[in-house]
Design a binder for this molecule. Structure first.
Ligand SMILES: O=c1ccn([C@@H]2O[C@H](COP(=O)(O)OP(=O)(O)O[C@H]3O[C@H](CO)[C@@H](O)[C@H](O)[C@H]3O)[C@@H](O)[C@H]2O)c(=O)[nH]1
Ligand SMILES: [Mn+2]
Length: 602
């Protein structure tokens, strides 16, 4: 196992970018930004809109920036809030650009107490105050939307699981405010794909593929930034940083994507659940960057559009491949979309095409329908791939296999910051006061009862039940644990398949112990260590602290009961069948150190 991950340490690379050295703004390529949301209850609308506003205000030519918000819930709240956000953006974006605001997420900006005190510039303070009032009104409106007090949408019958596709290009003239400032702001497109009960929707990968097609016929920017809805832009220069790689003449021809790390603003002080994902983003990805590049990590990456259409680096295509009928076979039956693949382009996939067509609404809606992908190569060879629950890793590996490379951009100021919420403030086991505690107890007890019933049905008694419970725990922590490792080593060819012949001889004392129902640990190897250490740890925890909490006490007692033979074997027994002294010694050292460590540091 140790050897397997050494590749990550072989050639770590850390990079610096100099966005100020990029060529003139009008040579910068257009950029589509995809923001993904799926549930307005679990993903607070105000947070999603903050992400939208933060990227609308990034430091990039506004006319080259197009934001697509994918709403898998098809929620009116999200659509209406997007319109409100767009109206606010007319003031927020110019304000940010004019004063060079460092963090362009409104919620973060208005909560920054440092800026409050900094009233040196009167004009700035006045403007800030004005926008703050607008932002507060905006929040109020979203609250009302949530409470169903008003709605902007024409309500038609739809639920989260079942709704027609709905696409709205929210543009300047559609906004209802009159005293707008004279300033171009990026376009915003709301996309909610069709959902039907019983039709697989392929989660995020499915939503991303719809966005690829819809954006393909609307703006068709050669580069795409993908963001989860909780990842706001923390550094307005991120797109320029990414372009330092994408426009690098040496790197660019084989570069598929630039990955930024996932970082979070609300990591707890001790981060006991390792939410920081430190090893991945602060060690492994730097190492991969020296090889073929980091793995596609779901969010915070700038990808070259054509790489997702199945192109290969340096690959030019012949005219045969450009034939619309052939393209339709792969990409589906939309003329507009297939044209977007070849239009204004001498190559099959020219990354320089940036068209802003105004397609027929009906035609774009079809691109977001449930049936569009039937019989095409979407999800198999084209777009985000469906074969895995982690579409990002899977798709990224495929890009690498097709010859593309990726780079890792890890600036000291986080480019994007997200909200870590899982397990934050949630205990690993439900607390007694939690309504989930009931569910926990039901699952635990019913699995015990089920086992008991099976034992009784086969004519055994409570002792068998106890023994089996105990044995599961022991082999789970010893034999089975090492078996998994062993099978894996065999799979990768490090250890050969072998057959361990069972030792059929036994001496008299062993037989006696067996007959008396006494566990025999004689000759056990260090493989016993996980089981013995955890048993001692449980005992330590029981004595040391579990008296404070009755449920933990009961749970610890249960484990103690199961591990009693191990404890006896370590502590009380003197016969040759006890736990071998060196195993006992190491378990004591290990569990002792863990307890000591917890005392000191937690
Ligand atoms: O049917 C779906 C399911 C999810 N999402 C969106 O996908 C994103 C990620 O979903 P989330 O529930 O937050 O999953 P995580 O476990 O946080 O996601 C991690 O793991 C995923 C799969 O590897 C990656 O895609 C993510 O970027 C990565 O943050 C969110 O913006 C969702 O709104 C959709 O749009 N449609
Ligand atoms: Mn997430």
């Amino acid at each position: 196992m140790w050897l397997l991950i050494q590749g990550f340490r072989y050639r770590p690379v850390s990079r610096s970018v100099f966005p100020e050295r990029l060529p003139d703004d009008n040579t910068l390529p257009a950029l589509d930004i995809f923001i993904m949301t799926a549930d307005p209850d679990k993903e607070p609308t105000i947070e999603v809109m903050n992400t939208v506003l933060s990227v609308m205000a990034i430091d990039y030519p506004s006319e080259k920036l197009h934001i697509y918000l994918s709403d898998d819930a098809g929620a009116d709240v999200t659509l209406c809030a997007s319109k409100e956000a767009y109206s606010l953006a007319r003031y927020w974006v110019p304000f940010c650009k004019r004063f060079g605001i460092a963090v362009r997420c409104p919620e973060v900006f208005f909560n920054d107490s440092k800026i409050d005190q900094q009233d040196s510039d009167k004009e700035f303070s006045q403007e800030r105050q004005k926008i703050k009032v607008m932002y507060d009104t905006f929040k109020e409106k979203i609250k009302k939307l949530k409470e169903n007090k008003y709605s902007c949408a024409t309500r038609f019958q739809k639920t989260r699981q079942e709704h027609p596709s709905q696409i709205e290009i929210i543009r300047e003239e559609e906004s209802n405010s009159t005293d707008k400032e004279d300033f171009t702001i990026p376009s915003l497109v709301y996309v909610s794909r069709e959902k039907r009960i019983g039709v697989q929707h392929r989660f995020k990968a499915g939503a991303l593929n719809v966005l690829l097609r819809v954006s393909g016929v609307i703006t068709n920017s050669p580069y795409i930034l993908v963001l989860d809805c909780d990842m706001y832009s923390n550094d307005p220069s991120s797109a320029r940083q990414a372009m330092c790689f994408h426009l690098d003449s040496k790197l660019s021809p084989s570069l598929a994507f630039v990955q930024f790390p996932q970082e979070f603003y609300n990591i707890s002080k001790n981060d006991i659940y390792c939410a920081e994902i430190r090893q991945i983003f602060k060690t492994f990805w730097l190492g991969l960057d020296g090889l073929r590049g980091p793995v596609l990590s779901g969010t915070n990456y700038f990808v070259k559009r054509c790489t997702l259409y199945g192109a290969r680096p340096g690959g030019t295509s012949n005219s045969e491949e450009k034939e619309i009928s052939r393209l339709k076979h792969k990409f589906g039956n939309s003329n507009e979309f297939c044209l977007s693949l070849v239009e204004k382009s001498s190559h099959y996939f020219d990354e320089k095409i940036t068209t802003y067509v105004n397609p027929q609404k009906e035609n774009i809606l079809t691109l977001a329908s449930c049936d569009y992908e039937n019989g095409t190569q979407w999800g198999e060879r084209i777009g985000y791939l469906y074969g895995s629950v982690v579409e990002d890793y899977f798709t990224g590996f495929h890009l690498h296999c097709r010859g593309w490379v990726s780079t890792y951009c890890f600036p000291s100021k986080p480019a994007f910051l997200g909200n870590i919420c899982f397990l934050n403030g949630i205990s690993l086991f439900p607390e007694v006061t939690s309504p989930w505690f009931g569910a926990f107890v039901v699952v635990f007890l019913s699995s015990c009862i089920q086992h008991l019933r099976e034992v009784f049905r086969s004519g055994r008694n409570l002792t068998t039940w106890c023994n089996e419970q105990r044995f599961w725990m022991m082999i789970g922590l010893t034999g089975q644990l090492f078996a998994i490792i062993d099978v894996f080593l065999k799979l990768v060819g490090i250890s050969a398949v072998n057959f361990d012949l069972t030792n059929k001889t036994a001496d008299k004392t062993q037989i006696k112990r067996y007959e008396n129902g006494v566990f025999d640990f004689e000759g056990c190897s260090l493989m016993l260590l996980p089981a013995t250490t955890l048993s001692l740890l449980n005992l330590g925890a029981l004595i040391g602290g579990a008296w404070q909490m009755i449920t933990q006490f009961i749970f610890s007692c249960f484990i103690l009961a199961l591990s009693l033979p191990l404890i006896e074997g370590i502590v009380f027994r003197q016969d040759s069948g006890r736990v071998p002294p060196r195993v006992a010694f190491w378990s004591l050292v290990l569990s002792g150190s863990i307890i000591l460590f917890m005392f000191i540091f937690c």
